[in-house]
Design a protein around this ligand. Sequence first.
Ligand SMILES: NC(=O)CC[C@H](N)C(=O)O
Length: 359
Amino acid sequence: MMKNVTLVLSDGTRFRGKSFGYDAPVAGEVVFNTAMTGYPESLTDPSYAGQLMVLTYPLVGNYGVPPFTIEADGLPTFMESERIHASALIVSDYSEEYSHWNATESLACWLKREHVPGITGIDTRELTKVLREHGVMMGKILFDDEPDNIPEADYEGVNFVDRVSCKEVIRYNEGAGKKVVLVDCGVKANIIRCLVERGVEVVRVPWNYDYTDMKYDGLFLANGPGDPDMCSDAVEIIRKQMSQSTKPICGICMGNQLLAKAAGAEIYKLKYGHRGHNQPVRFVGTKQCFITSQNHGYAVDANTLDFDWEEMFVNMNDGSNEGIRHTTNPWFSSQFHPEACSGPVDTEFIFDMFVTTLR
Ligand SMILES: NC(=O)CC[C@H](N)C(=O)O
């Protein structure tokens, strides 16, 4: 029997639903994602740490969950990390039946095993309208048969990157050729896969590791959860690296924000963020538009970029920054996810640009 639950937003708005995942109350930042598919990838994306993920696509669970297998290179075959990072999943209509060639279990089983609450029967269209008007809010999932005795969650003041980053150095593709230091703020596996596939050696280091005395050919700044202002240690190290050499640097999402901060620019919080598979971005200086996969709540204030930096991509919906580049050095980054997983793969050329600059 599914238990009755209530989702309570910080402005007091309530939504009634049923629990289909792990039965436990939870609090976090409520954010919506407009993608039609990709719940295994999104749930395991470490950038969702601390967030209750609302899917606007109504029917969820109908293709089940792929197996958790690990490849010879140490990366999961179908997931973006070792576990679910989102604090909960909120859907309109959970499908108990599932069918897919690669499914080995249901979404409900997976959520239960990973101790992650999932709720269904929520009017996600109404909920999304509330979040769009008000902006993202903190929220709680409460069980009707239990008193509200969980503490309010904090989001902005928490260093989620420190929680999800690796704790020691991990190497992939050793001896392959050009060596890339990957700063793990909460890296998605497909960023590593995209680098490994292009024949580079990847040295994955914790977010606050000082790599500036190491021997390597390029620096890659990964995605990660929470407020980039929590990562000043990483910013200082990037700044040190930029003052020492003109080695190539590339960043994705949190990586874009950290590179911008290292360059002296400011970050602000978007009203409700960009999460989904169909965010249009324009490649500045061209008439090319790409449909991109995104998951971020903060953005770079392009007006605060120094004279030797410029915008590389701009969001065509709201004009916000989607990437920056240095005017002379091979330093650039994207706010969107060129590695997809899930979402369109049209911007994977960012990895080619980076690997070309290494050579
Ligand atoms: N996917 C990411 O790297 C997200 C970056 C940052 N946590 C944000 O929300 O903007």
